[in-house]
Design a protein around this ligand. Sequence first.
Ligand code: SF4
Ligand code: SF4
Length: 510
Amino acid sequence: MFPPFNIQELVVYYNLKTVSCILKDFTIFISTGRIVYVMYQVTSTKAEEFISHEEILDTLQYADKNKDNVELINQILDKARLRKGLTHREALVLLDCNIPEKNEEIFQLAEQIKKDFYGNRIVMFAPLYLSNYCVNGCLYCPYHLKNKHITRKKLSQEEIKKEVIALQDMGHKRLALETGEDPVNNPIEYVLESIKTIYSIKHKNGAIRRVNVNIAATTVENYRKLKEAGIGTYILFQETYHKESYERLHPTGPKHDYAYHTEAMDRAMEAGIDDVGIGVLFGLELYRYEFAGLLMHAEHLEALHGVGPHTISVPRVRRADDIDPDTFDNGIDDDTFAKIVACIRISVPYTGMIISTRESQKCRERLLHLGVSQISGGSRTSVGGYVEPEPEDDNSAQFDVSDTRTLDEVVHWLMESGYIPSFCTACYREGRTGDRFMSLCKSGQIQNCCHPNALMTLQEYLEDYASDSTKQTGEQLILKEIENIPSDKIREIVKQNLEQIKKGTRDFRF
Ligand code: SF4
Ligand code: SF4
C-alpha cells in the first residue's frame, strides 16, 4: 500500500484522509495532503518521537470528534472498569466528554478506583528547599537567574540539620528535596552530602526515612550517585510537553534543552533509579495537550523500562515574587482540574498522585476523593523556611502556599474527613521499588502492607507529635481501622506493635 519510505521523512503523494496505522510500537500518521512524519514511537529514546507533537495533535482531534460518541465512551469506561488503565487517546476522549451523565460515571469510577487501590490512606510528605540559586531563566519561577530582588540562599550542612530537626519535630518522615540548577552553588556533591546529612539526623524519636529528590535533569553518572545515596523517588516535572512553548518558557540556561530535559527519566532509569515522578505545571500550555503528553510519557516509561512512573504531580501555576499567574493564559478552573485528576486516576490506577499546598484546603478535599494519594502538609517553600519563616518584605518562596495549616491541623482534618494520614516509607526500605513494587500493586498484595503500615506510623505520630485533640481523634480512628485488616494474623501483629509503639519502640513495618 505504501511506497518505500524513509521513516523520518515520509512524503505521501496521495491526497488521503487522516488515517493512523498502529504497527507494533509506532504509529504512522498520514495527513490530508502532502507531508507526513513518522514520529510517534513509544519505545524510542528520542523525546520528539515518544512525545510526538503529531500524535498529540491527532489525539486532540480524535478526542474532539468523539467527545459525544456515547458508544465509544461506554466502551472506554468498560475498559477502565477492568482497572488496567487506558491509553492516552482513550483518556482524552473521557477528558473531553461533556455529557453530564457520562461525566458523573467518570467521577464515580475514579472514586471507586481510588478506594480500591489506596483505601482511605493519604501519604504525607514535606518539601525541603536547599538552595534557590539557579542559572535557568524559567519564566514562571521566581528563582530564575534574572530575578535580582529575591534573596538568594543556600543552606549549609549545619542549617540543613536545623531544618530537618524542625521537620522531624513536626512529625515528618518523608521529604522531597528541592534545589535550583546551579553547577557552582549546587553541584551534585552538595546534594549528595545533604542527603547523607538528612538521613543521619536522629532527633528524639524522629527520623527522615525517605528522601525524594527533585533536582534538574542530569547525567546517568549523577543519577547513579543519587541511587547510591539511597534516594526514594527522583522527581522532575516536565513543566510543558509542548516543545515550542517549552523553549519559549525556558529562554536561557541548560533547561532550555527540551530533549535533554524530556529524556531525563530514561537516563535516571538507566542509572538504576526505578521510582520516578513526573508532572506538568498546568497553566503554561493548553491542558488537553499536557494531559495527552503526560500519559504518553507514562506509556513510554512502561514500554521502554517495564515500569511506569511511581508518581504523577499535578501542580498549577501560582503567584510568587516576580510571577503573576495571570500572565499565563492557559489557567484551568477547579472543575477542569478535578476532571483531569479523575481521568488520570482512571488511566494509570497504579501510579500515586500528588497534590501540594499550592492548592487550597477546599480544592485538596475534592481531589482526595478523586484520586490524589499523597499530600504535603505544613510546607514552607522558601530556603530555610522551617526554622525561620521569611519576613513579609523578603519573599523568597518558590510559590505562595494556599493551604497554610500546620501538619497537625492537616492530620486532624484528614482524620475527621475519614482518611488515615500515613507516614509510611516501607516500600523503598524493603526493596519494593520499580517493577517489584508495580507487580505487587497489580496483584493487590500491596494493600496488605499499606493499611497496617499507615496505622502503625500514625500511632507513632500520635505518640510523639500530635496535639491532644488530634491524638484523641487518631486513637479512635486506629481502633476502628484495625478491624478492617482482613488477615487475623496481621491484625494480631499490628495490635502487638501498636502496644510496643506506645511503650516507645519505633519503626515497625510490613
Ligand atoms: S523552575 Fe527550577 S530550574 Fe527553573 S528557575 Fe525555578 S528553580 Fe530554576
Ligand atoms: S507500604 Fe509502600 S505503597 Fe504502601 S504506603 Fe507504605 S511505602 Fe507506600
